[in-house]
Design a protein around this ligand. Structure first.
Ligand code: ATP
Ligand code: MG
Length: 558
């Protein structure tokens, strides 16, 4: 797996790592992926995973998975399990598994170290006073009246905060840095707050919880991380990251390097908003195939390799960009074009009777699973006197360039032979109920007439052996490229009402019905589909359209 070229990343971070190894600064690279277990991972996280694991693997180093579980209110063990499952599914295995909550004791002791050295103090202003004394980008902040408390007083108060003697918000522990710093993050940031809630791993052991910036850098240092890769919004936090590590006795000082978040259009990529979609029932769950979560993409039929390749090709830089959804779709389309077995499925069936095919007889055709890959073998396709074709492949009175079936016209049935339309029947409302055709036995593959050319080829499924299926067609979850652009409006207003269409009338060839959840197919002429887990408890197979054959969406909206 580690030799998979989809793991290779070429970018500025790789160059830094390479230089650090060549200069002897490090002999072994250690990175980490640090998710907060407050939701499922999305495709943006996959960028960070591919980068962290990819870089370490490339240089013979290792990567830790660390749950950044310092905020007890929103986190859960179920999310942690789902995250581990997703990381493994993407194709990566961590070296060590850690939780920031495992470091609550050392984090506390390092805070005591700051207090003892006069570099942290307990502030007792209320939140509003603290906010207004922080100043602005233009104006310096003002010192808290509690900033010059003695070390003894600070130690006593901090201890009592820890022991649960105060209510939430009554005091915070702040680093004593510089209220006039041009960098707002250095204006005496909070490092501990009182939160009298239970944590999913440490239960009610703690009444105080470390702030993200305090926990993060120290966790990195404890684990001996060499390069701490994070997204650009933490660039302004780097001086704080460094200040913390410079002012406590840790053996190792990792280098924080920032890169641009991965963004996609027509979706949202934040766990908070994705959770809202789930909790309010706008989607069927975290793994709804329209969700940009790894669970959703997996259910939709995306392969891990297609996601790794997508991020490798997108590259890693400091420039913010929004990648068109079509690029991600191309990545899975290319993968499935190579690897998906071909089958036939009719989504909107109308019956064709082959009037010169002997009644009561049937046969099994051997059809190649992939036109360019004989090594993928063949599957058996049953054929009889009655078949289904797409309603849209027949027109009573078609325009000139219609090359499918018309009265008196000929068309080739994929994998079989040429048929000629000799008649059709309609109901009282004018709907076609049946089409009659005669087939040309000489045009079967393997016979001399097999090379006879007709303009159109259509797909079909045998009536007697075809299997009824439910097909779920997906479109963009949102109907605008950036659902968050309009600050006056709620992003939910931009949900695409047609993002899911369920087709219950479809018929598929028997090979599809044998598929297991996750198996994928190309339905010839229709698109790429994968078997949904719902298939297991349904009387008929359920298939998700992973992606269409071509990017019709880009054209339509140009
Ligand atoms: P969200 O807002 O979706 O919760 P987050 O950054 O808060 O995102 P974390 O669980 O804290 O989520 O993220 C774990 C790691 O994944 C972090 O290192 C973070 O920088 C990275 N990450 C999150 N979103 C993206 C993204 N869109 N592109 C690249 N990396 C990302
Ligand atoms: Mg977060």
């Amino acid at each position: 797996m580690n030799n998979d070229q989809t793991l290779q990343v070429s970018n500025f971070i790789r160059n830094i790592v390479k230089r650090d190894l060549e200069s002897g600064r490090y002999t072994r690279i250690v990175t980490r992926f640090p998710p907060e277990p407050n939701g499922h991972l999305h495709i943006g996280h996959a960028k960070s995973i591919c980068l962290n694991f990819g870089i370490a693997a490339e240089f013979g180093g290792t990567t830790n998975l660390r749950f950044d579980d310092t905020n007890p209110l929103k986190e859960s063990e179920d999310y942690a399990q789902a995250i581990m499952n997703d990381v493994r599914w993407l194709g990566f295995e961590w070296n060590e598994l850690h939780h920031a909550s495992d470091y609550f004791q050392p984090l506390y002791e390092y805070a005591l170290h700051l207090v003892r050295n006069g570099k942290a103090y307990v502030d007792s202003q209320d939140a509003e006073a603290m906010r207004s004394s922080r100043g602005t980008l233009k104006d310096p902040g003002t010192n808290s009246p509690y900033r010059d408390r003695t070390v003894e007083e600070n130690l006593d108060l901090f201890e009592r905060m820890k022991n649960g003697e105060f209510a939430d918000g009554e005091h915070v522990l702040r680093a004593r840095i510089d209220m006039a710093s041009a960098n707002m993050n250095l204006r005496d940031p909070a490092i501990y707050r009182i939160r009298k809630v239970a944590h999913h791993r440490t239960a009610d052991q703690w009444n105080i919880y470390p702030m993200y910036d305090w926990a993060h850098g120290i966790s990195d240092a404890i684990e001996g991380i060499t390069h701490s890769l994070c997204t650009l919004e933490f660039e302004d936090h780097r001086p704080l990251y460094d200040w913390f590590l410079d002012n406590i006795p840790v053996a190792c000082h990792p280098q924080q390097i920032e890169f641009a978040r991965g963004n996609l259009d027509f979706t949202v990529m934040s766990k908070r908003r994705l959770r809202q979609l789930v909790e309010e029932g706008h989607v069927s769950g975290w793994d709804d195939p329209r969700m940009p979560t790894l669970a959703g993409l997996r259910r939709r039929g995306y392969t891990p390799g297609s996601i790794r390749r997508f991020w490798r090709e997108a590259g890693v830089s400091k420039a913010e960009s929004i990648i068109p959804m079509g690029v991600l779709e191309n990545s899975i389309r290319n993968d499935l074009n190579e690897n998906a077995p071909r089958v036939m499925a009719v989504l909107d069936p109308v019956k064709v009777v082959l009037t010169n095919y002997p009644a009561g007889e049937s046969e099994i055709l051997e059809a190649p699973s992939h036109p360019q890959k004989p090594e993928m073998g063949c599957r058996s396709v049953p054929l009889g006197r009655e078949i289904w074709i797409e309603r849209g492949d027949f027109m009573e009175d078609p325009p000139r360039k219609f090359f499918r079936l018309r009265p008196g016209g000929e068309v080739r049935l994929r994998n079989a032979f040429i048929v000629k339309c000799t008649g059709f029947s309609k109901d009282s409302e004018g709907n076609i109920t049946e089409i009659q055709c005669e087939y040309d036995p000489e045009s079967r593959s393997g016979l001399p007439g097999a090379s006879r050319k007709v303009k159109g080829t259509i797909h079909w499924v045998c009536v007697d052996n075809g299997v009824s299926a439910e097909i779920r067609l997906y479109d963009r979850l949102f109907s605008v490229a950036n659902p968050l652009a309009d600050k006056q409006r709620d992003f939910l207003e931009f949900l695409n009402p047609d993002s899911l269409r369920v087709i219950t009338s479809a018929v598929v060839e028997p090979a599809v019905a044998q598929g297991q959840p996750g198996d994928f197919f190309q339905f010839e002429r229709v698109g790429y589909f994968s078997v949904d887990p719902d298939s297991s408890d349904s009387v008929r197979p359920v298939l998700n359209r992973t992606v269409s054959l071509r990017d019709s969406w880009a054209k339509m909206n140009r």
